[in-house]
Design a binder for this molecule. Structure first.
Ligand code: ZN
Length: 247
């Protein structure tokens, strides 16, 4: 038989344990509830795109103005800035954009340049002119497969992002880094702008153009702009105040 005193002690101990348990369990339950409520979807603050991407990194779109004050216009998916058709790593052409070859102006300007060069004993030819979206895809995929994405992106364009698709660009003579050292390459560097062409990816401008130096890749922009860009040592991205980066 248990003694009454011992029974009394047991009762007190049970009550005390109960109180202690309540003191511990209740705050835990409250804290857990608060944490759960805070992590619930209705409590997550809305983060806008502006908070993540600073305005300078945002791609400029139709109707906006570049950092140099030029208005961006998009016509049937083709971007024009200050009236200049722009294709680079930021601004692409629609898949079905296909002028069917070099534009008439580009062709005419090249013929004029070729004849002038010929008179000085310099022979020029178009090594690679217009390329369709599908042709560019084949080329890029091959580079990517053989040499990796980093190389492919430095020297080739992803389909839809090649200026060759515009019919305003072509590679003259040989697409090789020693072209600048040949007499043809030196003639191009000195005279191309007189015929409305720019060396589209000049030396030391990769951070603006998104491409390494390509002394053979010419772009037709017209004589006036070609002269202005060449005289001031500006690439098209610097002149227009735009980026050239894949999204
Ligand atoms: Zn090219």
């Amino acid at each position: 038989m248990k003694s009454p005193i011992r029974n009394e002690k047991l009762k007190k101990l049970t009550i005390l344990t109960g109180i202690c348990a309540c003191l511990i369990i209740i705050p835990i339950a409250i804290i857990t509830g608060i944490v759960r409520a805070a992590s619930g979807p209705e409590e997550v603050p809305a983060v806008s795109v502006e908070d993540i991407v600073s305005p300078t990194e945002t791609t400029l779109a139709e109707g906006e103005v570049t950092s140099k004050g030029y208005k961006i216009e998009v016509v049937d998916g083709v971007t024009f800035i200050n009236g200049i058709l722009v294709v680079n790593k930021t601004y692409s052409l629609p898949k079905n954009y296909n002028p069917g070859g070099l534009t008439e102006d580009t062709q005419k300007a090249f013929e004029k340049m070729r004849e002038a060069a010929n008179k000085e004993g310099i022979r020029l030819w178009v090594q690679s002119g217009f390329r369709s979206y599908d042709r560019q895809k084949e080329l890029y995929d091959r580079y990517n497969e053989e040499r990796g994405t980093e190389y492919a992106d430095a020297y080739s364009a992803r389909p839809g992002y090649s200026e060759h698709q515009s019919g305003l660009s072509f590679d003259v003579n040989e697409a090789g880094t020693n072209f600048e050292e040949t007499k043809e390459g030196q003639w191009i560097e000195k005279h191309a702008h007189e015929y409305g062409f720019i060396i589209r990816f000049p030396e030391g401008k990769a951070k603006f153009t998104g491409y390494e130096f390509e002394p053979w890749h010419l772009r037709y922009v017209g004589e006036e702009l070609a002269k202005e860009l060449t005289d001031n040592d500006l690439c098209l991205e610097e002149y227009l105040g735009i980026t050239s980066e894949y999204k």
